[in-house]
Design a protein around this ligand. Sequence first.
Ligand SMILES: Cc1cc2nc3c(=O)[nH]c(=O)nc-3n(C[C@H](O)[C@H](O)[C@H](O)COP(=O)(O)OP(=O)(O)OC[C@H]3O[C@@H](n4cnc5c(N)ncnc54)[C@H](O)[C@@H]3O)c2cc1C
Length: 341
Amino acid sequence: MKKPKVAILGFGLVGRIAALMLHEQYQLSIFETAQTPDNNGAGALAAAMLAPMAESVICEVDIAALGVEAMALWPKLLAPLALPVMYQQTGTLIVAHQQDMGDLRSFEQRLKPLAGHQAQHVFSQEIAQLEPELAGRFHQGIYLPSEGQLDNQAFYKASFEHLKQTECQFYFGQSVEVQHDERSRAQVNGQVFDWIIDCRGIGAKKQLAGLRGVRGEVVRVYAPEVVLNRPVRLMHPRYPIYVAPKPNNEFVIGATEIESQDDGPITVRSTLELLSAAYTVHSGFAEARVMAIKAGLRPAFSDNRPQVSVKGNVISINGLYRHGYLLAPAVVKQALSKELL
Ligand SMILES: Cc1cc2nc3c(=O)[nH]c(=O)nc-3n(C[C@H](O)[C@H](O)[C@H](O)COP(=O)(O)OP(=O)(O)OC[C@H]3O[C@@H](n4cnc5c(N)ncnc54)[C@H](O)[C@@H]3O)c2cc1C
């Protein structure tokens, strides 16, 4: 029997997760603006931290709880992939320099209670056990033991390699829009599909009212003199940053959050702030090699909550803001469950 035809618009983070969930039951056609499968959209440059507790400081509690649910889905999504993808759940350590203890305390007070997730206030000895190379540098911190992260670059590679082996058809270098014919049937590039899943992130701005970009800038470095076992966040009144360790001595240092639609290259100011703050976490970053400095737009609605809308046979999944890795497995599953899964 012929499988129903589904178009996926955008092969970024959400598009990949949708494709992994759908490819066995549907004939997928995947359209992507970028010429290559590995270097596109916000998901390609993100730090890919899975931090429901830390993020609860700035989001509603139901979003953080959804993040907890979604974290449990990642190992299932990654299991069938032939190429390895680092997935880690060894917590997040949050630290502050002595003069910024007020910021650490304020962060701790704003953490929302999440069932089964307990923040631990840690002192010099525990910090040294968790991160031996930070011993003596920080005297107080907060440890969020159930948080995690993954290697987004490896996920991009492994998901493409996996989907390439299936019946999916890829159309790279194609910037597409949903068109409607005289009977209001949605089409893409003149082709009719049973379903169209719009996962274009900020690329859907013209069609999705209220969607905006929130600029984020990150630096990726190679730092063989630094060993960190888990993401470390530095509380700072002006330059709060995180340092997320990735395989092969690479680290993602980020991220600015700027209300701007500008997706141009990173500024000197942001570069200086991110790298200076990282250097105060670990002086080994002085000798690090800068591999990439990137800026991108997080797709967000005015309430910074994800949004799923269904119009006819078009399902739009967007507005993942700074929580795409944290939330997408659960949001995409919910979006597809009613009609397609
Ligand atoms: C600096 C930074 C750090 C981040 N860190 C984290 C983090 O630590 N944890 C976390 O959970 N989230 C993080 N995020 C957020 C996360 O990356 C986003 O929420 C997520 O990528 C959104 O997924 P998406 O698929 O909707 O959009 P994207 O990942 O941007 O993918 C959209 C895709 O659609 C394609 N496209 C656009 N227009 C068209 C078109 N017309 N036709 C065809 N294709 C099109 C794009 O090229 C792209 O491939 C971060 C984001 C940034 C920018």
